[in-house]
Design a protein around this ligand. Structure first.
Ligand SMILES: [Zn+2]
Length: 233
């Protein structure tokens, strides 16, 4: 199976669903991790060019821990808008992976890039398969299943599915620790210790699912992608 996780910024996938991506990778699935934005606003001291370069390198190194391919749409932070240009960039991300399953942000989350990525992925999931939608890459060959991952802090998110990440949370934290430029940034912006954040949220979701650590999801149910089997690990 091919699995594509699409998050807004370099660190979102790592914080929210890297435990599940690790499970897919371990069982032999091909994993792609896309950060739609270039990370160019995530520093208090560096220029946009400097921080974008650092975050791209961090993303590639983090993905390599589980043998995942790192993709980006290269859209500047804060500039993910609902227009044709952004939509076609997401179409191209999907076409590069040709996935069986896509995981992305919930339609409601804490900031605009996340919300718009969710909407653009929803739109592009269908359009990527259409031969007459012309982009740089060949049309995808299937209509992938779509899941929404947990929101930041789990706010306004009532899960339909859980994945037990008790055996992959250490790898998840290692992946996040490769995002060194963001550790201090998250502390400054949100007074958040990211390792503590990952453990607290995973423990709460684990409590709900009667395991120790879990990640939470909602399946986007739409015609004709109704599921008759479990596709999450
Ligand atoms: Zn983000």
């Amino acid at each position: 199976m091919k699995v594509l996780a699409i998050g807004a910024h370099p660190d979102d996938i790592e914080i929210i669903c890297a435990g599940t991506m690790t499970k897919y990778s371990k069982r032999g699935d091909e994993v792609f991790i896309c950060h739609v934005c270039d990370g160019s606003k995530g520093s208090k001291t560096l220029t946009s060019e400097e921080i974008a370069k650092i975050r791209r390198a961090e993303a590639i190194e983090s993905a390599s821990i589980i043998g995942a391919k790192s993709l980006t749409a290269g859209i500047p932070d804060g500039e993910v808008v609902l227009d044709l240009s952004c939509r076609l960039k997401i179409v191209d991300v999907i076409r590069q992976a040709d996935p069986d399953l896509i995981i992305t942000h919930n339609p409601q989350d804490y900031m605009t890039d996340h919300i718009n990525v969710s909407r653009l992925v929803f739109e592009a999931t269908y359009l990527a398969s259409l031969r007459l939608v012309k982009t740089d890459y060949a049309p995808s060959t299937k209509l992938p299943y779509l899941y929404y991952m947990d929101t930041l802090g789990g706010i306004n998110f009532s899960p339909t599915d859980f994945v037990d990440i008790t055996d992959t949370i250490d790898t998840k934290i290692s992946m996040m620790m490769k995002m060194q430029s963001q550790i201090g940034w998250l502390k400054d912006m949100h007074d958040s210790d990211v390792e503590e954040y990952i453990k607290v949220v995973a423990r709460y979701r684990g409590f709900q699912a009667a395991v120790f650590y879990a990640e939470a999801f909602i399946q986007a149910q739409m015609y004709p992608q109704g599921l008759t089997k479990r596709i999450l690990p």
